[in-house]
Design a protein around this ligand. Structure first.
Ligand SMILES: Nc1ncnc2c1ncn2[C@@H]1O[C@H](COP(=O)(O)OP(=O)(O)O)[C@@H](O)[C@H]1O
Ligand SMILES: [Mg+2]
Length: 203
C-alpha cells in the first residue's frame, strides 16, 4: 500500500481546470517530484493534499484512509507537513523561535499554557525547545538558533522552513518549489538535505 494515493484528482476553478484527473502514488521513503511550467497546477495539487483546497473530484488516500477534503489541521495531525512556496513565517524572529512557533501552531499549546501552566508546562516547553534545536541541527542550522531569520542567507531561510515543517514529525513532507530562486550551490545543498532526510527520518 502506498503512503499516499491520488486517484482522478481534479480541481476546477470557475471554468478553469487547474488539475485534471491526476493519478499518482507516493510510497514510503519515495521522493516524488511534480514538474511543470508556471500555472500547470503544482501548487494546487499540494493544496488539495494538505487540505487548503477541496478537490472538485477524485480521492486522496493516506495510509489506507480517505483524507479527501479534510480540513488542514486534521491533515497536519495525520503527519503530512507542507513547506510553503516563499519565505519564513516570522522573519523578525530568531531561527529557534520560528521552529518553536511552528510547533505551537501545530500542538495548539500557546504561550498561555506556558505562563499559567506551572512546572509541568515548563518542562514540556523545554522538551519542545530541545526538539526544535535538534531540527535546526538536522538541516545544518545548529549554529544559527539565535540568528534573526531575515538575517539568514536565502538558502538558509529555505532550510529553516524545512526545520519548521520537520518539527511536527511528519511522515510525508510536501515541498512546493524547494529550490526556486536559489543559486547552484544552494540548490545542491537543498537536494543533499532532502536526501539526508529520507536517510535519517525515513521521509
Ligand atoms: N484559488 C484559486 N482560484 C482561482 N484560480 C486559481 C487558484 N489557485 C490557482 N488557480 C489557477 O490554477 C492554475 C494552476 O495554478 P498553480 O497550482 O498555482 O500552478 P503552479 O503551482 O504549477 O504554478 C493557474 O491557472 C492559476 O491561476
Ligand atoms: Mg506553484
Amino acid at each position: 500500500m502506498a503512503l499516499l494515493e491520488a486517484r482522478g484528482l481534479t480541481k476546477v476553478f470557475g471554468g478553469l481546470t487547474a488539475v485534471g484527473d491526476l493519478d499518482f502514488d507516493v510510497n514510503e521513503r519515495e521522493i516524488l517530484g511534480i514538474i511543470g511550467p508556471n500555472g500547470a497546477g503544482k501548487s494546487t495539487v499540494f493544496n488539495m493534499v494538505c487540505g487548503t483546497v477541496k478537490p472538485t473530484r477524485g480521492t486522496l488516500t493516506y495510509q489506507g484512509k480517505d483524507i479527501t477534503g479534510l480540513p488542514p489541521h486534521h491533515v497536519a495531525r495525520k503527519g503530512i507537513a507542507r513547506v510553503f512556496q516563499g519565505n519564513v513565517l516570522f522573519p523578525g524572529s530568531t531561527a529557534l523561535e520560528n521552529v518553536l512557533m511552528g510547533m505551537h501552531l501545530h500542538t495548539q499549546l500557546g504561550v498561555f499554557s506556558f505562563l499559567l501552566g506551572g512546572r509541568r508546562a515548563r518542562r514540556r516547553e523545554r522538551a519542545l525547545e530541545l526538539r526544535a534545536r535538534e531540527m535546526l541541527e538536522l538541516v545544518g542550522l545548529g549554529g544559527e538558533a539565535s540568528t534573526v531569520a531575515s538575517d539568514l542567507p536565502h538558502g538558509n531561510q529555505r532550510h529553516l522552513c524545512l526545520a519548521v515543517a520537520l518539527a511536527v514529525e511528519p511522515k510525508l513532507l510536501l515541498l512546493d518549489e524547494p529550490v526556486t530562486g536559489m543559486n547552484a550551490e544552494e540548490v545542491s545543498e537543498m537536494l543533499e538535505t532532502i536526501r539526508m532526510l529520507r536517510r535519517e527520518k525515513g521521509l
